[in-house]
Design a protein around this ligand. Structure first.
Ligand code: PMP
Length: 458
């Protein structure tokens, strides 16, 4: 049972002492004080099904006993020395992690957050190639440090600072649902609920059109056509679970390499088995990146992140001393190893595929019933439900209506995430241990929330 300060006290402290722009979900923000697997508990003992996993971070389940045990055994032995000395855990972990990667991706740098990982990847790419310019997609999210804020192309998270965009170009987002060329039928998803593409299964015309558009950026915007890197999430997370038309990323990676650059896969949300079919999201796009960045699910909530690349690219940091106080500390390494163990032992990647596909099918059925579900997309347990006011124009559902549905789900015990530039995409990325009964409950609740919202004025 909860024994901490009262709700009113917590709210008062938050208002008085925490930064005023701290985000809080829900009109009456929740106090969450305990978690177990896919469940969260508030101060009044109410239980919630966590369909957002602390923003796609809790990969193997809240307070997983094996991860807890690994952490507590390590804290009893050694917390910290910084990597000026060797410690066995970081070496064991590095070996375990790189074994998950194909080809020459065998060198790892540990850091503490996704932003740091992407900062480091930018630095490596620029040093290694000698080029300056970096491409990302509009609608991408890669972090909030001054460097990565430049990569992020959501005005919601960008401050008007000089230099943030220094050497960064945002290219057209190959978004098959909201974009100009379609391609939804050629997305890599077990369900195809939205068909707005006329091409065959192996040759997505939309993908080619978006690729041609990317080529124009090289022609018009890049000095000598050269580039240091292009970054891509394997499925966009914060941007609202946006998948690209099949074949696009592979072509884009080849183009970037032909022009002197490296391709960076941001696997902060899509890694560690979440997309079901593969351990890494990029594997579904049939190419191997030069650098992979990862965070969130890697540590199940412990601050841990990493950059994995080739030895040659990693060596480019050698022209100065590279240093990170906490990166790969013994506690983080112990947690990282335990997370990999649990994913294997509990077959969570397979569970993501099976339960995720079931989820997508249930949502596709719900879409048949409700006009305002414009699109259901995703893979494994990386799912998006785009709410629209008009299926033809795909205009986003009005924010108050989205919020009504979202809050009603919370009141009935299911926590969904939201995303997309207009906040009209429900994001579903639960701990990977969820089961079919959880899915059934979550979809029933969403259906009821939508039904109850119909006919209300917003
Ligand atoms: N990349 C992606 C794809 C992300 O979703 C995020 C966080 N939402 C980041 C990078 C930044 O991670 P962090 O908040 O740990 O800096």
């Amino acid at each position: 049972a909860y024994t901490g300060p009262s709700y009113e006290q917590i709210l008062e402290t938050r208002k008085t002492h925490l930064t005023p722009n701290l985000q809080a979900h829900f009109k009456k923000p929740l106090v969450i004080h305990a978690g177990r697997k896919q469940w969260l508990y508030d101060h009044e003992g109410r239980r919630y099904l966590d369909m957002f996993g602390g923003i796609v971070t809790v990969s193997v389940g809240h307070c997983h006993p094996k991860v807890n045990q690994a952490l507590s055994e390590q804290t009893a032995k050694l917390w910290h020395t910084t990597n000026i000395y060797m410690h066995p855990k970081i070496h064991e972990y590095a070996e375990r992690l790189v074994a998950k990667f194909p080809g020459d991706l065998k060198a790892v740098c540990f850091v503490n957050s996704g932003s740091e990982a992407n900062d480091l990847a930018m630095l490596m790419a620029r040093l290694h190639t000698g080029n300056q310019d970096i491409l990302t997609f509009r609608n991408a999210y890669h972090g909030m440090s001054p460097y990565t804020m430049g990569l992020t192309a959501h005005s919601t998270w960008r401050y008007p600072l000089p230099g943030v965009n220094n050497g960064i170009l945002h290219v057209m987002n190959p978004d098959p649902y909201q974009g100009v060329w379609g391609g939804a039928a050629c997305r890599d998803s077990p369900v195809q609920t939205t068909r707005n593409c006329n091409c065959g299964p192996n040759d997505c015309q939309a993908g080619v059109q978006y690729y041609n558009e990317l080529e124009q950026t090289f022609k018009y915007s890049l000095p000598r056509g050269k580039v240091a890197a292009m970054f891509a999430e394997s499925i966009q997370g914060v941007g609202g679970t946006v998948q690209y038309p099949k074949g696009y990323l592979k072509r884009a990676a080849a183009l970037v390499r032909a022009n002197g650059g490296l391709f960076v896969a941001d696997e902060v949300q899509t890694g560690f088995g979440r997309t079901g079919e593969h351990f890494w999201g990029f594997q579904a796009h049939d190419y191997t990146p030069d650098i992979v960045t990862m965070a969130k699910g890697i540590g199940n909530g412990f601050p841990l992140a990493a950059v994995v690349t080739t030895k040659e690219i990693a060596a480019s940091l050698g022209m100065a001393l590279h240093f990170n106080t906490y990166g790969g500390n013994p506690m983080a390494s112990a947690v990282g190893i335990a997370v990999l163990d649990v994913i294997e032992e509990e077959q969570l990647q397979r569970n993501s595929l099976e339960v995720g596909t079931y989820f997508l099918n249930c949502l596709a059925e719900l879409q048949q019933r409700y006009e305002l579900i414009g699109d259901v997309r995703g893979k494994g347990l990386m799912i998006g439900v785009e709410l629209v006011s008009d299926r033809e124009t795909r205009a986003p559902l009005a924010a108050p209506h989205v919020l009504e549905i979202w809050e009603a789900c919370k009141d009935m015990g299911v926590l969904y995430g939201r995303g997309g530039l207009h906040g009209n995409v429900l994001r579903i990325k639960p701990p990977m241990c969820v089961n079919r009964a959880d899915v059934k409950f979550a979809v029933d609740v969403l259906g009821r929330a939508i039904e109850n919202s119909l006919g209300k004025q917003f």
